[in-house]
Design a protein around this ligand. Structure first.
Ligand code: GLU
Length: 272
C-alpha cells in the first residue's frame, strides 16, 4: 500500500475542497498529515489546531508526531548547502521592481506562469557575490535550472491522472529555493519532506501540477527517489468555482456549526 500525505498550510480554515483532497488521499493509501507552516506571517497556530480538529471530526486518523515544517528549517538549510556546494544555487539581490523592469525590456514574451526571472544575478562573479553578501545585502537563493538540467538530462514522472509526464522545470526560470525572509521555500521544503517521510504517492490538487516540474528536478539533483503523483481535479461549487479559504461559508468549521454531520460532508464531496 502506498504512503501518501495531506499537507495543508495553516493560513485559514479548511474548506470542502480540502476535505475532498484529504479523504481522497486517505481512501486507498496509508496516510500522513504534515503541517506546511514555513511562512511566519500568514500561518497561525489557531489554524493548525483547527486542521487537527476538523480532520479528526471528518473521521481521519494519522500517526503522531505530525511533521511541522517550521521545526525543520535546519534540514532545509542543510539541503540548500548541498546544492550550493554543487554550484547549483546562487544569491540573487534583485528587487521585484528591478526584475519587472528587466523582464519588460527583454525580448521574451510575458510568461504564462507569471514573472520569469531574467537571470541577472546568475552572471555575477564570485567576487561581486562575496562583496554584496559581506555588505549584508539580503539575498534570495535561486536554482540555476539550466546548469541543473545539464547535470540530470531529461526527467520524467508518473502521474495517476496524466500518465508519463516529462519534467520541464525551465518553464519557471531560475526559481527561488530560499527566500530573503524565510530561509526556505515551498519547493525545497516539500521535496525534502516527501523524501524524509518516505512518501511513495504524492496526492494533491491539480493546481500544484506545474510545481512537480521543479520537485522532480530537485529529487534528481539530491539523489531522492521519485514518488508517484496523483494531481486530482479540484472540487468546484455549483457555479463551477474553486473553493477558497476566504469564503467562510464553505469552511468545515462553519458547516459543522450549521449542524452538518461529517457523513454529510463525505457524501457531498464525493457526489460532486
Ligand atoms: N501546503 C500546500 C498547500 O496548502 C500543499 C503542498 C502539497 O501538497 O504539495 O497548498
Amino acid at each position: 500500500m502506498p504512503l501518501t500525505r495531506f499537507a495543508p498550510s495553516p493560513t485559514g480554515y479548511l474548506h470542502l475542497g480540502h476535505a475532498y483532497s484529504a479523504l481522497l488521499a486517505a481512501e486507498s493509501s496509508a496516510f500522513l498529515l504534515r503541517i506546511e507552516d514555513i511562512d511566519p506571517v500568514r500561518c497561525k497556530p489557531e489554524f493548525t489546531d483547527a486542521i487537527f480538529e476538523d480532520l479528526h471530526w471528518l473521521g481521519l486518523t494519522w500517526p503522531e508526531p505530525v511533521r511541522r515544517q517550521s521545526q525543520h528549517l535546519a534540514d532545509y538549510a542543510a539541503t540548500l548547502d548541498r546544492l550550493r556546494s554543487m554550484g547549483l544555487v546562487y544569491p540573487c539581490f534583485c528587487t521585484r521592481g528591478e526584475i519587472e523592469r528587466e523582464a519588460q525590456s527583454a525580448v521574451h514574451a510575458p510568461h504564462a506562469l507569471g514573472l520569469l526571472y531574467p537571470g541577472t544575478c546568475r552572471s555575477l562573479s564570485e567576487r561581486e557575490r562575496a562583496e554584496k553578501l559581506e555588505r549584508r545585502f539580503a539575498a534570495n537563493w535561486r536554482l540555476d535550472v539550466g546548469a541543473a538540467l545539464r547535470l540530470t538530462g531529461s526527467l520524467f514522472w508518473h502521474d495517476r491522472a496524466k500518465g508519463r509526464v516529462e519534467a520541464r522545470p525551465e518553464i519557471f526560470g531560475d526559481v527561488v529555493l530560499a527566500r530573503k525572509d524565510v530561509a526556505t521555500s515551498y519547493h525545497l521544503s516539500v521535496t525534502v519532506d516527501d523524501h524524509v517521510q518516505g512518501i511513495s504517492l504524492v496526492t494533491r490538487g491539480e493546481d500544484l501540477f506545474t510545481s512537480t516540474h521543479i520537485h522532480r528536478l530537485l529529487q534528481a539533483l539530491l539523489g531522492y527517489e521519485t514518488p508517484e503523483y496523483f494531481h486530482h481535479a479540484l472540487l468546484k461549487d455549483a457555479a463551477g468555482r474553486r473553493y477558497a479559504k476566504r469564503d467562510k461559508s464553505v469552511t468545515l468549521r462553519h458547516l459543522r456549526e450549521q449542524g452538518k454531520t461529517a457523513q454529510e460532508i463525505v457524501g457531498e464531496v464525493f457526489c460532486r
